[in-house]
Design a protein around this ligand. Structure first.
Ligand code: ZN
Length: 456
């Protein structure tokens, strides 16, 4: 049975207050948290609700007064069958991208980054195409950084993908013919705004090379926004399915769902699969060490339907920004050690043996208990950077190996399934999760109203 907790009323209701504190404590103690998000987490970022009459949709209608299109039609793959609806789609996306570009990540996006920095985030999965998670510091699945560059089809590097973009990314474009991907530039936006797609530079280069040697010209594809429409498969669907199955096998100990109405079939399945894995992660009977594990928390302004009774443990009724702020405040008072800045001794490359420097480093103990330094230092991780170097200390005989080196020896990164033969063999027997993408775009595909980034 889902327990509902009213975030606003919690100051006056002591029972809600206690339960909310225990949820904060659970976040502070869990180590493998999966977060699933929808449009609601971007509403506070200034991204307009384009369903409303003064929203972007109205602007597009101004540009195309004779075109009658339902909002949903603007995001259905069938729009490409008609040149006018294709033009409307491009114009609409260009205007949406401009307003997304002027938005900033919300406290909820930054909370995701904090969970990652504190080694608590197993993975974030989002329905949003705005890329605000990446701007908050999480590498997204559409990012170049997350892909291996080799021959043939690029593959996602699971360990680098911190945020899986279930519906693609408005900040990238993809060739309709050869599938080459590029960051979306101002030039692309200008083309889209006029309703005409730019040509693909890779196709154009291949064709030009043939013409140069007097061969026949090749077809040149056009670039389109790299977002996933209704009734079209996700180009990275197989890779995303593999990442999901890896995450489920890792036994996540908490599931947080924020800012989504839970109406879309594919997303509902994702929630149910992860909720089951989270509930199964609780040992029976629960041990003291695991007493915080196994909770499924849903943070949204509206309640989940009754079909979620056995799946969602807690519904936090309210705004996700306010809830994450409360969690962080509670976490800081419950486990201040997680937030301390401390000084450590570290030998610097190039120093004579025995020379130590004092470097300042934010503590990074979460998730590393008993396995100190499991991960390699990573420049992207905000709390790993030494920030100050002061006077060398007097020499001390033979320093131990540096923390960096120890990390390398012990490094056994969770989700890099390609590297370890042991893990490879485990992978072989892996259940092949079929990642269902159809009809997943944007939130509410079950009605025919205009789809909305802010549909919650
Ligand atoms: Zn191309």
């Amino acid at each position: 049975m889902t327990i509902t907790l009213d975030l606003e009323a919690s100051t006056s209701d002591s029972s809600s207050r206690r339960t909310l504190s225990s949820l904060s404590s659970a976040v502070a103690h869990c180590k493998k948290i999966v977060v699933l998000t929808g449009a609601g987490i971007s509403c506070s970022c200034g991204i307009p609700d384009f369903r409303s009459s003064d929203g972007l949709y109205a602007l597009v209608k101004e540009q195309y007064p004779d075109v009658v299109l339902r909002g949903r039609d603007l995001f259905d793959a069938s729009l490409f069958r008609d040149s006018t609806s294709t033009a409307v789609f491009y114009t609409f996306i260009s205007q949406l991208k401009v307003s997304i570009d002027s938005a900033s990540p919300s406290p909820t996006h930054r909370f995701l980054k904090t969970l990652d920095s504190k080694r608590k985030l197993l993975r974030s999965y989002t329905q949003n195409i705005d890329g605000l998670e990446e701007r908050a510091g999480l590498v997204g699945s559409s990012s170049q950084e997350a892909r291996t560059n080799g021959k043939g089809k690029a593959k996602l590097k699971a360990k680098d993908v911190r945020n899986v973009q279930l519906h693609g990314d408005i900040h990238r474009v993809r060739c309709t013919f050869c599938s080459a991907q590029f960051p979306c530039t101002q030039d692309h936006i200008d083309h889209f705004n006029r309703g005409t797609p730019p040509d693909c530079p890779e196709c154009a280069a291949r064709s030009a090379a043939r013409i140069a040697r007097s061969a026949r010209a090749l077809k040149v594809g056009t670039l389109r926004p790299a977002i996933v429409l209704y009734d079209e498969p996700h180009p990275l669907g197989d890779d995303i399915g593999s990442i999901q199955s890896v995450d489920i096998k890792r036994k996540p100990d908490m599931l947080i769902i924020m800012g989504t109405s839970l109406k879309v079939h594919g997303f509902k399945k994702l929630v149910k699969d992860f909720a089951k894995a989270v509930h199964d992660s609780v040992p029976s009977p629960p041990t003291t060490a695991k007493k915080f594990a196994g909770k499924v928390i849903y943070v949204n302004k509206t309640a989940p339907g009754s079909e979620w009774d056995e799946i969602i443990d807690y519904h936090v009724e309210g705004d996700s920004d306010r809830w994450v702020e409360k969690v962080l405040k509670d976490w800081k008072s419950m486990k201040p050690a997680d937030w301390e800045v401390q000084t450590t001794l570290k030998a610097k490359d190039g120093d004579a043996p025995g020379t130590f420097r004092v470097v300042k480093e934010i503590t990074n103990t979460i998730g590393n208990k008993g396995k100190s330094g499991r991960r390699k230092p990573d420049s992207r991780r905000e709390n790993m950077l030494p920030v100050a170097v002061v006077e060398p200390l007097p020499s001390i005989p033979q320093p131990p190996s540096s923390p960096g080196k120890r990390r390398k020896v012990n490094d056994e990164d969770d989700d890099d399934v390609e590297r370890s033969p042991r893990k490879k063999s485990r992978e072989k027997g892996r259940e092949n999760f079929h990642f269902e993408e159809r009809g997943m775009l944007f939130g509410n595909s079950t009605n025919n109203k205009a789809t909305g980034i802010c549909s919650i």
